[in-house]
Design a protein around this ligand. Structure first.
Ligand code: GLA
Length: 375
């Protein structure tokens, strides 16, 4: 899901915190022909503001220095791409006919994201090359959105970051069937080094928020591949829409109105969205005033709300948050992304080493957004 896995990539060769998409892309370009095109798109981690984007609320994600590189020699009527170091899988897609294809039949499954992006771009010329990634797949770091945006750029997309994000969102809906919001794609399209992005999803306006050098951002995998994510995600989105029919747009809804929603489940879902939007605002202010203690407390409150009111956590995520929060070098931690498994994000003092916590840990840095590197 926007969340979805771009399934099947093999990121093991580079799945550590030294990975750098730029280096990969430059090395590939050096070996390419004049018709070689190389595009790179980061993944994203959401610092705070989950399950608020599709409800027209606030989010604060950042593009990270792990991502997807698409490199091919342009030409021909087919898009032929390989991916995976240990067990490479190949996709062979006739670009002109891609519109007529049923995406759900495509194998390997990551080909669905490639095809959906190609359809959205309206590609007529194909190419022959490969996809490499330094992103963990299925971890909630938006590997599928990263792939879609890198493919769109490699196929010649030319437009603003917001237009690229909207294209990626349409591709994600088509490829995965999951009704994701705009957060992942916009974070990836409009990322800025050293900054997170405060996005108002009602207006799709965004502004960079500097990450102060008193904190570092860690991503820690719970070891649980996300489960039930797609159907539960759609169900959560539908619940927020039902609640909004009762009390108006949830991001600004009156708190008393929310507390008087008769259905207790809808009430909890609405309470999460409303309170999470407040936390995003306060978190952005805490970063701006270099107050990591307050930022960390807001992350803990966000996790509790996602666990208790929105009910998208699992015990392994809860335990990881508790373990991280007990460490003096950690300001705060919370699940990040859709939930139901995947990763926790933690804000920690510079120089901390959290690599023994969780099944895998990455120290990530805020990166620039998706771009064509050559071609
Ligand atoms: C997934 C979706 C996003 C967003 C998050 C939860 O990542 O793709 O649009 O809804 O879940 O915040």
């Amino acid at each position: 899901m926007g969340g979805a896995d771009a399934g099947g990539h093999d990121n093991t060769a580079n799945g550590d915190n030294t990975a750098n998409g730029d280096n990969t892309a430059t090395a590939v370009h050096a070996a390419g022909s004049p018709d070689t095109v190389v595009a790179w798109a980061p993944g994203r981690v959401n610092l705070i503001g989950d399950h608020t984007d599709y409800a027209g609320g606030l989010v604060l994600p950042m593009a990270i220095d792990l991502g997807t590189t698409v490199r091919f020699d342009r030409g021909g009527t087919h898009l032929r791409l390989r991916s995976g170091r240990r067990r490479p899988l190949s996709l062979d897609l006739p670009v002109a006919a891609s519109v007529a294809r049923s995406l759900s039949d495509l194998e390997p499954s990551w080909g669905r994201f490639v095809a959906a992006a190609a359809i959205e771009v309206g590609a007529t010329v194909g190419g022959d090359g490969e996809i490499t990634t330094t992103l963990p797949v299925g971890a909630g770091l938006s590997s599928s959105a990263s792939l879609e945006l890198a493919v769109a750029l490699a196929l010649g997309f030319d437009g603003s970051p917001l237009e690229l994000a909207r294209l990626g969102q349409r591709a994600e809906h088509a490829a995965s069937g999951v009704p994701c919001g705009i957060m992942d794609q916009l974070a990836i399209a409009a990322g800025t080094t050293g900054h997170a992005l405060l996005i108002d999803c009602a207006t799709e306006r965004y502004q960079p928020v500097v990450i102060p050098d008193t904190v570092e951002v860690w991503v820690l995998h719970s070891g649980v591949k996300r489960r039930l994510a797609d159907s539960a995600y759609a169900e959560r989105r539908a619940a927020t829409e039902s609640a909004a029919e009762l009390v108006g747009p949830l991001a600004q809804a009156n708190l008393d109105d929310i507390e008087s929603i008769p259905d207790p489940v809808l009430r909890r879902r609405a309470r999460h969205v409303r309170s999470e939007c407040d936390r995003v605002q306060r978190f952005a202010a805490a970063l701006a005033t270099d107050d990591p203690t307050t930022a960390g407390e807001l992350m803990e409150a966000s996790h509790a709300s996602l666990r208790d009111d929105f009910e998208v956590s699992v015990s392994q995520l809860d335990e990881l948050v508790v373990a991280l929060s007990a460490r003096p070098e950690v300001f705060g931690a919370r699940l990040t992304g859709a939930g139901f498994g995947g990763c926790v994000v933690a804000l920690a003092r510079p120089g901390s080493n959290l690599s023994g916590v969780g099944s895998t840990a990455w120290l990530v840095r805020a990166s620039d957004g998706a771009r064509r590197i050559t071609g």
